[in-house]
Design a protein around this ligand. Structure first.
Ligand SMILES: N[C@@H](CCC[C@H](N)C(=O)O)C(=O)O
Length: 310
C-alpha cells in the first residue's frame, strides 16, 4: 500500500470487514451498527482496489436505517427495516441498489448476529431504491426487487425504448432497451454466443443517447430453445456503472430478462435462468400487493474471508 493510501485509510484502521460474493459479484462488507464510520469515495476506491486494497466490485456498509441521512421517509414508513444497505460502487460512487449485494448483505447480517432468519421468514432491508424483502430460498436467498419500468433519459415509457450501443469487438452498433430496476440498466441484444464472447468490456460502452444517471450495460443472448420445461434461459455479460466488467449483476439479470421477454413477444416461462460468467441466477415474476408486476431474484451468497483494515 502506498504512503498516501495508508494515510487515507488510517481513520479506518482495525475496522473489521468481511469479503463476500454472489455469483462472483464481490463486495467488501463493513458492519457499522453505531454509524461511527464516514467512508469517503476515495477510501471506498482504495479498499476495492484489486492490487493495493482488499478488492471488490463494491463496498457495502451495514448501518441502521434510522441513522441514514435521506432515509427518514423510509424509516417512518417501514420501521421494521432496521438495517440499511449503504452500497458504493468500486470507484466510490453511490448506487441505488444491488441485487447480488443485498443477498450477500443479508448473509453478512446473519453472520454478524445482527439478525436471525428462519426458513419461511423474510427480512426487510432499507436501500436507496426503497424497501426490499429478502428470504431464504432453495436457491440461496431470494429478494423481491419490486416493480420495474422501461425508461430512457427520463422520458415516459411509450417513448422509452430504443437506443444503440457500440462496443469494441462487435462490428456494428446493436439495439438496446433501457430498464429502471431502481438503478439504471441498458440491455443490448446480441445475435449469437460468439458475439457475447467477442465483446470487449474493458472500456465504457458507447450508449447513444446516454441515460441521465449513467447506466449499467448488459449484453444478452437467448439460449436455443429460449424456453425449456417452462424455464427461460439467457446468457449475459455486464459492464457495471462505476466498476467495469463484473462476473455478475443481479439487477442487470432482471433487466436482461425483462428486455428479452419484450423482444421475444409472449413467452410462456415461469422462471428464467440467467447464466453469467460467475454462475447462474434465477429471475421470477409475480404480482405484488401493490398490483404491479414484481421481479424476484434468487441466487447464492457467500462469505469468503474476515479481517481487519490496516
Ligand atoms: N452488481 C449489482 C449492481 C451494482 C450497482 C451498479 N453498478 C450501479 O451503479 O447501478 C447488482 O447485482 O445488482
Amino acid at each position: 500500500m502506498s504512503h498516501h493510501a495508508a494515510e487515507a485509510l488510517a481513520p479506518l484502521a482495525a475496522v473489521p470487514f468481511a469479503k463476500g460474493h454472489g455469483t462472483g459479484n464481490d463486495f467488501v462488507l463493513i458492519a457499522d451498527p453505531e454509524a461511527a464510520h464516514v467512508i469517503s469515495a476515495e477510501q471506498v476506491a482504495m479498499l476495492c482496489d484489486r492490487h493495493q486494497g482488499i478488492g471488490g466490485d463494491g463496498l457495502i456498509r451495514a448501518v441502521r436505517t434510522r441513522d441514514v441521512a435521506g432515509a427518514e421517509d423510509l424509516h417512518r414508513a417501514h420501521p421494521e427495516a432496521e438495517w440499511f444497505m449503504d452500497y458504493r460502487n468500486g470507484d466510490g460512487s453511490i448506487a441505488e441498489m444491488c441485487g447480488n449485494g443485498v443477498r450477500v448483505f443479508v448473509h453478512f447480517l446473519i453472520d454478524q448476529d445482527l439478525i436471525a432468519l428462519a426458513p419461511g421468514e423474510s427480512v426487510a432491508i432499507g436501500t436507496r431504491a426503497g424497501l426490499k424483502r429478502v428470504a431464504l430460498s432453495e436457491n440461496g436467498y431470494a429478494v423481491d426487487i419490486g416493480s420495474w419500468r422501461f425508461t430512457f433519459a427520463g422520458q415516459a415509457e411509450e417513448k422509452a425504448l430504443d437506443s444503440l450501443v457500440e462496443t469494441p469487438g462487435i462490428d456494428a452498433a446493436r439495439p438496446a432497451l433501457s430498464v429502471d430496476m431502481g438503478n439504471p440498466h441498458t440491455v443490448v441484444a446480441l445475435q449469437q454466443r460468439e458475439e457475447l464472447e467477442a465483446a470487449e468490456l474493458y472500456t465504457v460502452p458507447r450508449v447513444d443517447p446516454v441515460p441521465a444517471e449513467g447506466t449499467n450495460v448488459e449484453y444478452v443472448v437467448p439460449s436455443e430453445p429460449l424456453v425449456e420445461d417452462g424455464i427461460g434461459r439467457i446468457a449475459m455479460r455486464v459492464h457495471e456503472r462505476g466498476v467495469g466488467e463484473t462476473q455478475s449483476c443481479g439487477t442487470g439479470a432482471c433487466a436482461a430478462v425483462i428486455a428479452t421477454r419484450h423482444w421475444a413477444g409472449n413467452v410462456a416461462a415461469d422462471a428464467w435462468d440467467v447464466e453469467v460468467p460467475g454462475g447462474v441466477v434465477r429471475v421470477r415474476f409475480s404480482t405484488g400487493d401493490d398490483g404491479a408486476e414484481h421481479v424476484e431474484l434468487s441466487g447464492p451468497a457467500q462469505l469468503v474471508a474476515h479481517g481487519r483494515i490496516g
